[in-house]
Design a protein around this ligand. Structure first.
Ligand code: AQP
Length: 341
C-alpha cells in the first residue's frame, strides 16, 4: 500500500456541474492549496458524478476543462499535484460496482444529500444519484488516501466510505494486511459551509436555480456588484457573527474574514456600527480584488488548451497507475479469477 513518497496522500475533487463558486473555493480548493506542498495530492474533476443529475452533453467536456483550469488558477501547482478527469480512469466505475455489491441498501437510505437532491428532482431521480456516495467511496479508496479535504456537506459521504472500507471489505476479506486504507476527513473550521446569498440557512450550491444565490469564481466585477447589492440583508444595524437571528450577517462576515485574512472578532469590532449599505460596498470591493488574480490566471490557461491537456494527461498517467494497483489488489483479495498469478 506504500505510495511513491513518504508523504501522506490526499484525494479530493469537484463536479463539473457548472461554474465553480466561492463555496467550492473556500470550502475545498483553498484547503488543497494549503496542503499540497506537504502531501502527495491527487485531484480529480469528477465528471461521472456530474451526470447523476440532469446535464447538458454539449457543456460536460467544456465544464470539465474549465474546472481543471480553475484548480490551477486557484493555486494548485500541477508540477506537484496530479490533476485528472475521473471518467478517464475506468477503475473508478469498476471499484464502484464491487462496492455496490458490498454495501447494504439501508446505509444508503440515510444519505442527506440524496434526500435533498431527490426532492428537487421529483420523478426524474436516477439510480446514479442514489449511488453517488459509493462512487465517491471508490474515488477515495482507489488512491489509498490518508486525508480527504472536503466541505461540511460531504462529511456523511466520507463516513460512509470509511464504513464500507472497514466493515464490508477489510473486516470480511482481509487475510493478513488490510485491503483498503481508511481515510480521514479534513474539514476546516472556517469556510466549511458557505451559505446562499439569498438565504443564510441554505448552502451555496451550483445547482441552485437562482443564479443570484452564489458568486461564481468567474463572475465579472459588474455581476458581483449586482449580486451583492441584491443579497439578502436584515433590519439590524452593524454586522454580527453569533446572533442566530442573523444568518446572512454571519455568512458574509465569514466570507469577508476568509478573503481579507482578518479575524471575525476584529471585523465585528470594526463593523459594529456599519450599516448593510456600507458593508456591502466594502465586501464587494474585497471580493472583486480577491477573485481578480484567479480570473487572470484562468484566462491564460483556458486559452492554452495544449498546456491544459498536457496537465490532465500527466495527471492521468500518475493517477491511473495507483488506481489500477489498488483495483487489482481488491479483485485478487475478493476472489476474482486472475490470468497470471
Ligand atoms: N457552500 C459550500 N461551502 C463550502 N464548501 C462547499 N462545497 C460545495 N459547496 C460548498 C465543497 O466543494 C467541493 C466540491 O463539491 P461538488 O461540486 O463535488 O459537490 P457539492 O458539494 O454538491 O457542491 P455544489 O456546489 O453544491 O454542487 P452541486 O450543486 O452540483 O451539487 C466539496 O468538497 C464540497 O464540500
Amino acid at each position: 500500500m506504500k505510495g511513491m513518497t513518504n508523504k501522506k496522500r490526499i484525494l479530493s475533487g469537484v463536479q463539473p456541474t457548472g461554474d465553480l463558486h466561492i463555496g467550492n473555493w473556500l470550502g475545498a480548493i483553498s484547503n488543497w492549496v494549503a496542503l499540497q506542498e506537504k502531501h502527495e495530492t491527487f485531484l480529480c474533476v469528477v465528471d461521472l458524478h456530474a451526470i447523476t443529475t440532469e446535464y447538458d452533453p454539449k457543456q460536460l467536456s467544456k465544464n470539465t476543462l474549465s474546472t481543471a483550469a480553475l484548480y490551477v488558477a486557484c493555486g494548485i501547482d500541477p508540477k506537484i499535484c496530479s490533476i485528472f478527469v475521473q471518467s478517464q480512469i475506468s477503475a473508478h466505475s469498476e471499484l464502484c460496482w464491487i462496492l455496490n455489491c458490498m454495501t447494504p441498501i439501508n446505509w444508503m437510505e440515510r444519505m442527506i444529500q440524496f434526500k435533498e437532491k431527490s426532492v428537487q428532482q421529483g420523478n426524474n431521480v436516477s439510480i446514479g444519484l442514489f449511488d453517488y456516495p459509493i462512487l465517491m467511496a471508490a474515488d477515495i479508496l482507489l488512491y489509498d488516501a490518508d486525508y480527504v479535504p472536503v466541505g461540511e456537506d460531504q462529511k456523511q459521504h466520507l463516513e460512509l466510505a470509511r464504513d464500507i472500507a472497514q466493515q464490508r471489505i477489510n473486516a470480511k476479506f482481509s487475510k493478513v494486511e488490510n485491503i483498503l486504507k481508511i481515510p480521514q476527513p479534513i474539514i476546516m473550521k472556517k469556510g466549511s459551509k458557505i451559505m446562499s446569498l439569498n438565504d443564510g440557512s441554505k448552502k451555496m450550491s451550483k445547482s441552485d436555480i437562482n443564479e443570484g444565490s452564489r458568486i461564481n469564481l468567474l463572475d465579472t466585477p459588474e455581476i458581483i456588484t449586482k449580486k451583492i447589492k441584491r443579497a439578502k440583508s436584515d433590519s439590524y444595524m452593524g454586522m454580527e457573527f453569533n446572533n442566530p437571528e442573523r444568518p446572512e450577517s454571519r455568512n458574509l462576515l465569514m466570507i469577508y474574514s476568509l478573503l481579507s485574512g482578518k479575524e471575525v472578532s476584529e471585523l465585528e469590532n470594526e463593523l459594529s456600527q456599519t450599516g448593510w449599505g456600507t458593508f456591502k460596498k466594502i465586501f464587494t470591493e474585497q471580493l472583486i480584488e480577491s477573485l481578480q488574480p484567479i480570473q487572470e490566471r484562468y484566462q491564460v490557461l483556458i486559452n492554452d488548451p495544449y498546456e491544459l491537456k498536457k496537465i490532465l494527461f500527466e495527471g492521468k498517467e500518475k493517477a491511473e497507475a495507483v488506481a489500477n494497483k489498488t483495483l487489482s489488489r481488491v479483485k485478487s483479495e475478493l476472489g476474482f479469477f486472475e490470468m497470471e498469478k
